[in-house]
Ligand binder design. Structure first.
Ligand SMILES: *Cc1c(COP(=O)(O)O)cnc(C)c1O
Length: 377
């Protein structure tokens, strides 16, 4: 969202080079919208989406919890003022010594998706609470997470049973319906799976209490997406459909939906050219590309809105590319991007909806280009 605060910041500070500007007011509005949409669920912000200390501090002060994927992210959440009881170690792939470190910090909630990981946690974090991640199809998501994380629900039953028998607290089930999930009904079948696992464990005398419903809440890019309230309604209906009036404790872990629309990247046109006299498309090269933070343009999955002071003038489709010497550094080519014909070298563009998954995806110094600068205002 190109807010007035972001426009004013860029106009007065005139930062050189590409940079991300994040408006904390938008993050706060998003947090409040999630809280309103699912008032009975705890919010665990997925730190990886944007770990800027100012964002973590704001969210900690608003009462957010944190979903962390590494010891470093746990330390960031602690530094922001979060109590360890408000941190979940949600990565299913952890070194045993990292589990031990988290345990020393007081973190007591861990994700698993196999017995091998349960064994590590039983050794390194005795007595901890664990939830088992189940696979989802990722259908309806523009950035699916598919097969890498989770196990089939039938296996989750054994994983949690083993956890309990090794002295851990088998606590519940988690899933992630895929990032940028535009279908509000996508949670339903995973919630049904969770209920199945709850019932199977109950038969073994183990009472699960928690359903971690992950992230997936979208940011508006070029197309409209349903509001948080619509997701809240659909999810609440699914929970009551499958769990009746014995609703479990629930968690959501928004990342993209919390910060995506709070950030705007300022970039500059470095070159506009054609490959031949007959070339249909102009090539527009920016000072940021896939290696500068726009990694989610991979396969042209995420299509960001681009704002120019020439908007309203006649446009034509352009191939949009980054500045590095890797030919993979092309943002949009299969589906060229309409940009004003008058666009010229030195023009500034604003790439909207870039608050999530940009700064942390920027390379350290590929071709000598600095990592993406970030200002949180
Ligand atoms: C990345 C991630 C999230 C956040 O996903 P979004 O689609 O950005 O909301 C939530 N939970 C887990 C376990 C994740 O890995």
């Amino acid at each position: 969202m190109v807010t007035q605060r972001i426009i004013d910041f860029l106009a007065t500070r005139r930062p050189d080079g590409p940079c991300l500007v994040v408006d904390l007011d938008v993050v706060e509005e998003n947090f409040r919208a999630f809280r309103r949409a699912l008032p009975d669920s705890s919010i665990f912000y997925a730190v990886k989406a944007n770990p800027a200390p100012e964002i973590l501090k704001l969210l900690a002060s608003l009462g957010s919890n944190f979903d962390c994927a590494s010891v470093a992210e746990i330390e960031m959440a602690l530094d922001a003022g979060a109590d360890p009881s408000r941190i979940s170690y949600g990565n299913t792939i952890k070194k045993e010594r990292d589990v031990a470190r988290a345990h020393e910090y007081g973190v007591s909630l861990f994700a698993v998706d196999c017995i091998e990981e349960v064994e590590k946690i039983a050794r390194a974090a005795p007595g901890a609470r664990v939830f088992c991640r189940v696979l989802t199809t990722g259908e309806g998501a523009e950035w699916p997470l598919s097969r890498k994380f989770g196990c089939v629900p039938a296996m989750a039953i054994d994983v949690l049973t083993e956890a309990q028998s090794l002295g851990l607290k088998a606590t519940g089930v988690s899933f992630h319906v895929g990032s940028q999930q535009t279908n509000t009904e996508a949670w339903d079948s995973a919630i049904a799976d969770a209920k199945m696992v709850f019932d199977a464990l109950a038969e073994r005398g183990i009472v699960l209490t928690l359903v971690n419903m992950g992230g997936g809440f979208p940011t508006r890019y070029l197309k409209d997406v349903p509001a948080a309230a619509a997701y809240g309604q659909a999810i609440f209906q699914s929970l009551t459909r499958h769990f009746g009036n014995r609703l479990p404790e629930t968690i959501i872990e928004p990342g993209r939906g919390m910060v995506g629309d709070a950030g705007v990247i300022k970039t500059e046109v470095v070159l506009v050219s054609k490959k031949s006299a007959a070339d249909e498309n102009r090539w527009v090269y920016l000072d940021i590309g896939k290696f500068g933070g726009l990694a989610e343009t991979m396969d042209e999955a995420i299509r960001y809105p681009i704002v120019s002071h020439r908007d309203g003038e006649k446009t034509e489709p352009c191939v949009l590319a980054g500045p590095t010497c890797d030919s993979a550094d092309v943002l949009y080519e299969k589906a060229p991007y309409p940009l004003p014909i008058s666009l010229t070298v030195g023009d500034e563009l604003l790439i909207d909806g870039t608050g999530a998954y940009t700064t942390t995806y920027a390379s350290v110094a590929f071709n000598g280009f600095e990592p993406l600068k970030s200002y949180v205002i």
